[in-house]
Write a protein that binds this ligand. Structure first.
Ligand SMILES: [Zn+2]
Length: 128
């Protein structure tokens, strides 16, 4: 189980990562000629920014995936499930979580999954 101050620290990390993505997006929009459109400017005044359809359309798939992972991690922190490996249920070392705040597997299970996925790829390639 993670200590409360460790959880809070990781929570801060996650919020910071999310803020960075949103800031990048905002800067991208501002540097675009889209900035001439008043409606876009209004979106950013909206408190429900993240819920807006326009906003989601402007995110890249990668950014959206990252935000999803961050949201999942944040909700796990709130529900007290955060920091447990999804496969074996062991507590993921706090050092790993600080480096990768949305890790859902311990190092052991992660490498096991990767080797399974690796074999699957080889198999599919052989089958052609
Ligand atoms: Zn595990």
């Amino acid at each position: 189980m993670l200590r409360k101050n460790e959880l809070l620290e990781i929570r801060d990390l996650l919020m910071e990562m999310k803020r960075e993505i949103l800031q990048n997006l905002e800067e991208r929009i501002k540097s675009n000629d889209m900035s001439e459109q008043r409606e876009i400017g209004d979106i950013f005044d909206d408190a429900d920014l993240e819920q807006s359809r326009e906003f989601n359309l402007l995110l890249s798939t990668r950014e959206r995936q990252k935000i999803d992972q961050i949201e999942t991690a944040l909700s796990k922190i709130d529900s007290g499930e955060y920091g447990n490996c999804e496969d074996c249920g062991e507590t993921i070392p706090v050092g790993r979580l600080k480096a990768m705040p949305f890790a859902t597997l311990c190092v052991k299970c992660k490498s096991e999954r990767e080797s399974i996925e690796g074999h699957t790829t080889v198999y599919l390639e052989e089958k052609g």
